[in-house]
Ligand binder design. Structure first.
Ligand SMILES: [Zn+2]
Length: 401
């Protein structure tokens, strides 16, 4: 099967690139509901033409797309979900300044790496499966959202409810440098710490004041002591504000704090310690708001088993698939936190997410399409983390080869 798949996608490299170009040239800034909806609507038509049942979910951020495909063989098995987003961080007009172009074996353009090429892979796999007469053992879901780059506010509930019944989630977000998949992503919490002091004239009545800015300085150092970089816990008070004038003892000061962690137990521990912060100065008062924004994608047994399957499929296709961790979060964090085995970073190799030099490596495009297609037809997952299927059985299922 591996050679057949490799040949199939090598022959279709031009088509893959044309599809990618079309996706990139359809600008879709996050929170531009008209633009993202136009793109999911176009994709809905495309996926329907390949036999998927598609539903659009209109929201203030645009219409999220949910597609289901059984390839003519309704199955009671739990579905496998392909998860991604159509929105980008690039404002309208970026294309006019920095359009899609191909040079030196790379394709450049806004969103090409994060993650229009991942969307192109999903479409390619959905087409290839019936084209090649393959029969995945699980029904397939494709969920494409419009607001991942702006915090998944309107899609989170849909992602969680659709993923909850799935056997596994494959996230087509960009791969790590060198093309490695992401088997671990940190989670993060955001806190705002507001310090209330007492205002006073700095010259006339300094003893009557309680300095909120001084108190905040104590708290910033206390926050720093909560860090455990070796264990993957970082705390960053990235924004501080406070006071009104040099001659006034500050009545108020505040900090915005980003906390990153690898495990939910780390998250719970650091939340407990932040909420237990107490003022150092007499008369100062702390107000602490916020909490976990994204749970971590932990490298559970289910995640590593899923990765091992992907690695075996890649080896059959003639390449090494590595794994690694990322300090950034994706919607894969949400599905992993439900306990659904989630493998992230299955997108095309490239570089420069959210940066001007964003690009993908063209040679990796057909290879990744083959990897995704083969993985879908050989995935041995079921609810309860019983891993049924070996590569051998996958080859038998794909009997036409
Ligand atoms: Zn992304």
């Amino acid at each position: 099967m591996s050679d057949e798949l490799s040949n199939y996608f090598s022959e279709r490299q031009g088509r893959l690139l044309a599809d990618l170009r079309e996706l990139v040239e359809h600008e879709s800034p996050s929170l531009d509901a008209a633009a993202t909806t136009a793109l999911t609507t176009a994709l809905a038509r495309r996926l329907e033409s390949h036999g998927a049942a598609v539903r659009l979910y209109p929201t203030a951020s645009g219409s999220h797309l949910m597609a289901r495909a059984t390839f003519g063989h309704p199955s009671q098995a739990a579905p496998v979900m392909l998860l991604g987003h159509v929105d980008t961080v690039w404002p309208r007009g970026t294309l006019a300044r920095r359009g899609f172009r191909v040079a030196d074996g790379r394709a450049y353009g806004p969103g090409v790496f994060d993650m229009k090429s991942g969307v192109a892979l999903m479409v390619a796999a959905l087409e290839a499966i019936p084209d090649l007469g393959l029969q995945p053992p699980h029904p397939l879901k494709i969920l494409l959202t419009c607001d991942e780059e702006s915090g998944s506010t309107t899609s989170r509930q849909l992602i969680e409810s659709e993923a909850a019944e799935c056997a596994a989630v494959l996230v087509l977000e960009p791969s790590l440098p060198g093309g490695a998949a992401k088997t671990e992503r940190k989670g993060f919490a955001i806190y705002e710490i507001v310090v209330h002091g007492v205002a006073a004239h700095a010259g006339l009545d300094p003893d009557k004041g309680v300095s909120a800015t001084t108190e905040l300085a104590h708290q910033l150092l206390a926050l720093q002591r909560l860090e455990d970089r070796a264990a993957g816990v970082s705390v960053n008070a990235g924004v501080i504000r406070g006071g009104t004038s040099p001659n006034v003892v500050a009545a108020e000061a505040r900090a915005e704090v980003d906390v990153r962690f690898r495990t939910l137990s780390q998250a719970a521990e650091i939340a407990r310690r932040i909420e237990a912060l107490t003022p150092v100065l007499d008369g100062a008062r702390l107000e602490i708001r916020g909490g976990i924004n994204r749970p971590p994608l932990e490298r559970t047994a289910g995640v590593s088993a899923l990765f091992e399957q992907a690695r075996a499929v890649a080896a059959d296709l003639g390449f090494d698939l590595g794994e690694g961790s990322s300090g950034g979060a994706s919607d894969g964090n949400l599905t992993a936190a439900l306990g659904v085995p989630t493998l992230d970073g299955l997108g095309v190799e490239g570089d420069g997410a959210h940066a001007e030099h964003e690009h993908i490596l063209l040679a990796d495009l057909p290879r990744r399409a083959a990897l995704l297609t083969a993985l879908l037809t050989r995935l041995g997952v079921c609810l309860g983390s019983a891993w049924l299927l070996s590569a051998d059985r996958g080859l038998r299922l794909a009997g036409s080869f």
